[in-house]
Design a protein around this ligand. Structure first.
Ligand SMILES: [Mg+2]
Length: 178
């Protein structure tokens, strides 16, 4: 890898920015030659901290699976929260993934039996999901967080994310956003 973190091909740069995961369809995957997805949990699939059912999420996942796409949950959430959603969604995957560290990314690729180039990493945070996915050589897809979470360290991280994304030419958290 060359260049610093925010260079044109920098390690923080998402390959693509989407409003939500619903934009990821079998056609979207086929057009990018992707066969699997690593999915962040909190604020990507499920509102931060929520345990409420999301029927539309199950429909979305079923459609991708029918097209032969492998779905793997890669979450930094605690083990019991991750377990709850793994059971509910019938996904393979792990909690306490320690993104952006590479160990859990490598293990996921091994379990999916895919190469990094065949896998998309989907998440709402630059410094965990996108950084780790880019280091691993995956196709990184950033989605807008489902809810605004007001923890001070998250607010700080969002401010930094906004600066980085502006540098890439994206007004992702513009004034008119929630
Ligand atoms: Mg998240």
């Amino acid at each position: 890898m060359t260049g610093d973190l925010t260079s044109r091909r920098g390690l923080l740069r998402p390959r693509e920015l989407l409003e939500s995961i619903e934009a990821i369809t079998p056609d979207f995957m086929a057009a990018r030659n992707l066969r699997g997805l690593l999915l962040d949990l909190d604020n990507t699939l499920i509102p931060y901290g929520s345990y409420e059912d999301r029927a539309e999420l199950l429909t979305w996942a079923a459609e991708l699976r029918q097209a032969g796409i492998q779905l793997y949950l890669l979450s930094n959430a605690g083990a019991s929260r991750a377990r709850f959603w793994l059971d509910k969604l019938q996904f393979v995957g792990v909690g306490m993934a320690a993104k952006p560290f590479q160990r859990s990314y490598r293990r996921a690729l091994g379990q999916m039996n895919l190469t990094a180039a065949q896998v998309g990493m989907v998440g709402d945070q630059l410094f965990t999901d996108m950084l780790g996915g880019n280091i691993a050589g995956m196709y990184t897809i950033m989605v807008h967080p489902l809810v605004n979470n007001s923890l001070p360290h998250t607010k700080f991280a969002r401010r930094i994310e906004r600066l980085v994304l502006r540098r890439y030419g994206h007004d992702w958290y513009g004034k008119n956003r929630r």
